[in-house]
Ligand binder design. Structure first.
Ligand code: PGA
Length: 248
């Protein structure tokens, strides 16, 4: 049985003052829920997340990581540094990183590897653009993104990782994939992993991300291959995020 995971992706939002309220609301609201809960916060707020959430069931993490362990990489943050602040998770390959910061499949695979080397659990994002969906190449795109990880890290690496299917056209648009559309791709991802290792595939948590809200969370997460959510906008409102965690 795969335990559901609901992870918040705050993106570049928040302040010390607003985070204090949000973190306290999440911590209080999700106490006793069955699902695992995590929040991925901007780097400067990792210490704050650690301070508020330490000892609670809510895990925390970051939204990006350097592919390098250390060195002359001005402005970068290593996986070891994230570990220092008690992170459990780190998002790698979010479509905003791929699109705005030129992260290729190869860079994403290197970041995935660097995260695991430091003992972090990568949340690997994959997903097609609207143009790719309309060209009917969703399966090819997601396969290529997954294959980059399998080739560099091997299937065993997926035993200590989470995958998030995030159709780019559904992110922050209010346009959610239907449960059937999402389930279809989740099943393809699981089948792709199963072709290499059936046991790892059946334990792999595959989250859905893209305009998941309290109103659609239950139906999405009821699909057999949807094991939780990666939540952007709704993770910034404690009541909404808690409602999604409860739906899981
Ligand atoms: P959204 O973002 O929930 O605001 O669509 C999801 C994400 O980008 O992880």
């Amino acid at each position: 049985m795969r335990r559901k995971l609901v992870a918040g992706n705050w993106k570049m939002h928040g302040s010390l003052a607003t985070n204090a309220e949000l973190l306290a609301g999440v911590k209080a609201g999700v106490a006793g829920l069955a699902a695992e809960v995590a929040v991925c916060v901007p780097y400067p707020y990792l210490a704050q997340a650690q301070q508020v959430l330490a000892g609670s069931p809510v895990a925390w993490g970051a939204q990006n990581v350097s592919e390098h362990a250390q060195g002359a990489y001005t402005g970068e943050v290593s996986a070891g540094m994230l570990k220092d602040f008690g992170c459990r998770y780190v998002i790698v390959g979010h479509s905003e990183r791929r699109t705005y910061y030129g992260e290729t499949d190869a860079i994403v695979a290197a970041k995935f590897e660097a995260a695991q080397k430091a003992g972090l659990i990568p949340i690997l994002c994959v997903g097609e653009t609207l143009e790719e969906r309309e060209r009917n190449v969703t399966a090819e795109v997601v396969t290529r993104q997954m294959q980059a990880i399998l080739e560099r890290c091997g299937v065993a690496a997926l035993a200590e990782a989470v995958v998030a299917y995030e159709p780019v056209w559904a992110i922050g648009t209010g346009r959610t994939a239907t449960p059937e559309q999402a389930q279809e791709v989740h099943a393809q991802i699981r089948a792709l992993v199963a072709a290499a290792d059936a046991g790892i595939a059946s334990n792999l948590r595959i989250l859905y991300g893209g305009s998941m809200k309290p109103a659609n969370a239950k139906e999405l997460m009821a699909q057999p291959d949807i094991d939780g959510g990666l939540i952007g906008g709704a993770s910034l409102i404690a009541a909404d995020f808690v409602a999604i965690c409860a739906a899981a």
